[in-house]
Design a binder for this molecule. Structure first.
Ligand code: TYD
Length: 211
C-alpha cells in the first residue's frame, strides 16, 4: 500500500514554523495531495488533555522525567489514533513538532540525555519517523522578541533565555546527527524566501517518492 509522506517542522517558539506549515499545506493541497496537519503536543482529544497539563503555568513543580513521559504519552496516542492510520491510507501528514522537540527540550535542555528520550519515544511512536524535518533557524533572542509581541507565554515559553539558547544549540546538534532527514531553513530571510527553500526540498522528495 502506498504510504503518505510524513513531514515535520521544528524550531524555537516564535521561529515562524506555523506560517511555513500553512504555506506548505496550501502548496501540497493545490497539487491534489491529501493532507492533514497536526500540532504537538495535542492533535487528538486525549493528547490535547495531556497538553493542558504540560503547558499549564501552575505546574511549576513538574519533574523532568514526568514531563518527558507526558510528551511521549501524548505522542503515542496521536501516532496510533491519527498519524499511523493516515500514512497507511496514503494521506500526507504535516506535524508542528515531533520527537526532535523531545530530544532537544527534554533530552538536552532539561538534561535527560538524547539516548533516554529516544528509547522512550521509539516505544511511543513505534519507530514511525518523519521523511523530512524542517528546522526553522532563527536567533533565540529574536525568537523571544517575536514571542513577547504575540501571545501570553506558556510554562515552557516562560523558561529563561539560557534554556532557549540550549534548545537552539540542541537543534544544531541534531542536524549534525541526522543530516539526511533534518533540513535547516534560515528563518530570518523573509517568509517567501524561506518557503522557496522548503519547496525545493519537497519537490525533490515528491520526485523520488512518485518514481
Ligand atoms: P506550543 O504552544 O505548541 O509551542 P510552539 O507554538 O512554539 O510549537 O507549545 C509547545 C511547547 O512544548 C514548546 O515550548 C515546545 C515544548 N515541547 C517540548 O518541550 N517537548 C516536546 O516533545 C514537544 C512536542 C514540545
Amino acid at each position: 500500500m502506498r504510504k503518505g509522506l510524513f513531514i515535520t517542522f521544528e524550531g524555537s517558539d516564535g521561529s515562524g514554523k506555523s506560517t511555513q506549515l500553512s504555506l506548505l499545506k496550501e502548496y501540497l493541497m493545490n497539487k491534489g495531495i491529501r493532507i492533514i496537519t497536526l500540532r504537538e503536543p495535542g492533535g487528538v482529544a486525549i493528547s490535547e488533555k495531556i497538553r493542558g497539563i504540560i503547558l499549564d503555568n501552575r505546574n511549576t513543580e513538574m519533574d523532568p522525567v514526568a514531563e518527558m513521559l507526558l510528551y511521549a504519552a501524548s505522542r503515542a496516542q496521536l501516532v496510533s489514533q491519527l498519524i499511523k492510520p493516515s500514512l497507511e491510507k496514503g494521506i500526507t501528514v504535516i506535524c508542528d513538532r515531533y520527537v526532535d522537540s523531545s530530544y532537544v527540550y527534554q533530552g538536552l535542555a532539561r538534561g535527560l540525555g538524547i539516548d533516554t528520550v529516544k528509547i522512550v519515544n521509539d516505544i511511543a511512536t513505534g519507530n514511525i519517523m518523519p521523511d523530512i524535518t524542517f528546522f526553522m533557524d532563527i536567533d533565540p533572542e529574536l525568537a523571544l522578541k517575536r514571542r513577547l509581541n504575540s501571545s501570553v507565554p506558556d510554562r515552557l515559553e516562560n523558561e529563561s533565555i539560557e534554556f532557549h539558547r540550549n534548545v537552539y544549540n540542541g537543534y544544531l546538534k541534531l542536524i549534525e546527527m541526522y543530516p539526511e532527514r533534518i533540513k535547516r531553513i534560515n528563518g530570518e530571510i523573509g517568509i517567501e524566501a524561506a518557503f522557496s527553500l522548503i519547496k525545493e526540498y519537497i519537490d525533490a522528495l515528491l520526485c523520488r517518492y512518485i518514481e
